[in-house]
Design a protein around this ligand. Structure first.
Ligand SMILES: [Zn+2]
Length: 345
């Protein structure tokens, strides 16, 4: 029975929530395989086992999609770090590794394209050609290696997102296109986030929504409006940080003394796994179809989100059993009790 069509993203979305997992670049930076700043995924070629392992951890945590690590593996970014000659090899290898691990379970493989920093609304025609060529080369290699659909993500400009959508559709693949939300209400080319999603859906995007920048608290109110405005599938992939009305994006988070913490001192703002589980439940209740996580994401969050959606996943075998903890569990022995100091004293 299940042939390739049974692996299709649209069939799965029709059947229920698809759980996504991203944050590869941030996590592999923390592990010492990607340089913060340029954030080019050199790990794909330099330490493929490290990438393979993180894919596997997300798979075991319940991710339904292995997203090929081609975020920032485009011509502009590779030029920045002097590795333009590795462009094709990096893109092909990323998709190959995603496929390899996807087949250890039952996951789909997504090709991935993103913000290029080459798009310029003031020089729309010429810059659009540059962007289109970057997407075309990346996705032709990805399609050649085998992908189920494409995620075009972290789009600051609706104009750039529409180029991505067009290139994906020309390949005949399902398209998920999500916007970045660094500004209060609008894309960098001046479209309200909800309107921009509506335009993308009207132009044929199968899945529209938001990723990155905002934590659950400041993304969910916008995504709820998107849900109300479009009839396509909707995706939400927030960052696991405690953004709030006064600091709605992780780029705007500051400590009490006014120090900016983005991008490598964000830890004090991390959500707990329980907060990310709550987010997954809330997103599902709002009718969000693709529930995922972006920068800051890690396997323990994804497992908590999967379990919040009612799933038992391979890594659930090692899910917490705090009742067995010798100091705070259900049966703490007398000789251990004395160590539970009441510091309020
Ligand atoms: Zn992100």
């Amino acid at each position: 029975m299940p042939g390739r069509s049974a692996r299709g993203i649209l069939d799965r979305l029709k059947a229920g929530v698809v759980l996504g997992a991203e944050g590869y670049v941030f996590e592999l930076e923390r592990r010492g395989y990607i340089k913060a700043g340029p954030y080019v995924p050199e790990v794909v070629l330099d330490f493929p086992d490290a990438l393979r392992e993180l894919h596997r951890e997300f798979l075991r945590a319940g991710a339904d999609v292995m997203v090929a690590l081609t975020y920032y593996a485009h011509r502009g970014k590779l030029k920045d770090v002097g590795r333009e000659n590795d462009l094709e090899a990096m893109n092909r290898q990323a998709v190959r590794i995603a496929n390899e691990v996807a087949r250890e379970g039952d996951a789909l493989v997504a090709g991935d394209i993103c913000n290029t920093w080459a798009y310029d609304p003031k020089d729309k025609e010429a810059s659009s050609q540059v962007v289109r060529a970057m997407y075309e080369e990346q996705l032709s290699w990805a399609a050649d290696e085998g992908i189920d659909f494409v995620i075009a993500e972290t789009n600051d400009y609706l104009g750039e997102a529409l180029i991505a959508l067009q290139v994906i559709k020309e390949l005949g693949l399902p398209a998920m296109v999500t916007l970045a939300t660094t500004r209060p209400h609008q894309t960098w080319d001046g479209y309200g986030y909800v309107d921009a999603c509506k335009i993308l859906a009207d132009q044929g995007a199968d899945i529209v929504g938001l990723n990155c920048d905002r934590g659950p608290a400041t993304m969910l109110p916008i995504i709820e409006q998107v849900r109300g405005a479009v009839s396509s599938y909707v995706a939400a992939q927030p960052v696991p940080y405690k953004t709030q009305a006064s600091m709605p994006t992780f780029e705007s988070l500051k400590t009490a003394d006014g120090t900016n913490v983005f991008p490598i001192a964000l830890e004090s703002f991390l959500c707990t796994r329980f907060e990310m589980a709550d987010y997954a439940r809330q997103a599902q209740a709002l009718g969000i179809n693709y529930v995922g996580i972006c920068c800051g994401g890690a396997p323990h969050y994804v497992r908590a989100m999967a379990e919040a959606l009612g799933r038992t996943v391979p890594a659930s075998r090692y899910s917490p059993a705090i009742e067995l903890h010798p100091m705070i569990g259900a049966k703490v022995e007398e000789k251990e009790k004395e160590f539970l100091v009441d510091w309020k004293g």
